[in-house]
Design a protein around this ligand. Sequence first.
Ligand code: ARG
Length: 409
Amino acid sequence: MTEKLVLAYSGGLDTSVAIPWLKDKGYDVIAVVLDVGQHGKDMKAIQDKALKVGASQSIVIDAKAEFAEQYVAPVIKANMMYEGEYPMVSALSRPLIIKKLVDIAHENEAVAIAHGSTGHGNDQVRFEAAIHALDPEMKIEAPIRDFQWSREEEIEYAHTHDVPVPIDLDSPYSIDENLWGRANEAGILENPWNQAPEEAYAITTAIENTPDDPSFVDVTYSKGVPVALDGEEMSLADLIIKMNMIAGSHGIGRIDHIENRLVGIKSREIYEAPAAAVLMTAHKDLEDLTLERDVAHFKPMIEQQLANLVYEAKWVSPLFDSLMAFIDDTQKNVNGVVKMKLFKGNAIAVARQSDNNSLYDEDLATYTSSSSFDQEAAVGFIKLWTLSNTVYEQVNHVHSQKPVKKVNI
Ligand code: ARG
């Protein structure tokens, strides 16, 4: 009996030529594609294509809800931004894809899992690290990396094996997308001095063409996760998809990032992540209102650790779980509404409120005479706050003249 293999299929040329190639190698190929909110993709057509080019089974899984709730929600709660710029788009879907593929492999008694990543990127590491974590005995096939086809060889192979070659093949870009954003690299983007042409973007409008009037959207959060837009409750996946449309039309969420890959290469990436720009800005604003100061100052250190772990293929790790437990605890009071102004590429928090968790006390903050803040308490506090520095300066006179006679502090 031929051995079964489960392929992470996308419908593109790379994973399509992989099917006859893996069959030639003796595998019975089960193609699996996850719907994680790829923009404008016909999942049925992708499913049919896999069968047409030789898969024995072709499975489509609608994973949008799970992706949003289990993978995107932690990113929002932890404000995860790799190198302060990249909201983790592709890094997030890989562990979920593998989780599903390993389950399908076990159900079908498959011996191997295949992916279509090349050998210079992060995704190969994420796919394989996840496979090792979930089933270290599973064999891994990486035809695109192993074979190192040139584009011409790949097309030649496609022709001789009846794999349809898309007409827009000269589209030079390498694109990966899900509902949290779209990543585009390769082609003329590889020269960082080339400005990204308009055609490199798909889900955002150029600022030159955005509306001359702003949109305002109220985003409601519960425990740090967005739950409603303008008071209308919806699932996180629907909320993100809707926000992508609204914010994308205002040109929000374009990111041009020279990024440090895990494998040591710098790469130039063009991202579009409109919903991420709005929802993470609003989330941070609500944290400003609801997190106690020490927590607010400490949390970014954890956030950065988490962003690095996710980017660097360590979604399945005890450190990730422990740090997320800390993040989840901080989010219990992050409840409320933020009013976002969307205009000409900007997502700006312009108002916020939290009925039960706001730490902002107008009585304490006001500049009017009605303030309940005890101003006299400030005098002694300030004296003690910097007493050690005062003592040091009086002994060493780094910034001051040495007095003729000793002064009393
Ligand atoms: N550099 C990003 C990451 O490692 C995105 C890679 C996405 N892949 C692509 N073919 N554009 O997460």
